[in-house]
Design a protein around this ligand. Sequence first.
Ligand SMILES: C[S@@+](CC[C@H](N)C(=O)[O-])C[C@H]1O[C@@H](n2cnc3c(N)ncnc32)[C@H](O)[C@@H]1O
Length: 191
Amino acid sequence: MSPRSDPEFFDAMFRADPDPWRFDTDWYEIRKRTLLTAVLPAPRYRNALEPGCANGHLTRALAERCDHVTATDIAPRALELARARCRDLPHVTLHEWAFGAPWQWTEPFDLVVLSEVAYYQPAPALTDTIADLGVHLDPGTTVLAAHWRHPEPDHHLDGDRAHHVILTTLPHHRIAHYRDDDVVIDVLTTR
Ligand SMILES: C[S@@+](CC[C@H](N)C(=O)[O-])C[C@H]1O[C@@H](n2cnc3c(N)ncnc32)[C@H](O)[C@@H]1O
């Protein structure tokens, strides 16, 4: 397998298996969601953006802390599954939108969560995507990034390289950093 960025690849994955990463049961995934909600510095956020929401597990966890969550994915089947998972949460809206596509949001976000999504772009494209994100976020926005550190055949970058691009491209103050063998997490505030 080679690195992938195309919606068809991810859509086929969710059509073959509604939980391809075992978000329900895999200890890495369960522990990561716990870590992510624990490192968020504020008790509440007004409006969060979560690109790459997959079938909506992390979306539900974020929804407990946010007045509104805008969650997006490039795979239509993932969005169907996320809609079903979040159907009792009217403050969650789901959109087909690729992180890296032209910015389409008019409302300001005070939280952006990039969890396991940045490494589906090669470094030059990710640099452009993060630069564009920086243009559209207000100063003081919390950006939470978390990525699996091990190389994977369908990833353009490993987690450390993806975070290097984020940290060197987005103007920020870093307020927290966590790394173990499996995951790297950074919490940034935009400047
Ligand atoms: C490993 S899952 C991450 C799920 C969730 N963010 C989490 O950490 O639990 C990756 C998801 O990113 C989506 N994806 C890949 N590239 C994307 C992009 N450029 N924009 C939005 N979603 C993307 C895939 O379809 C897939 O659902």
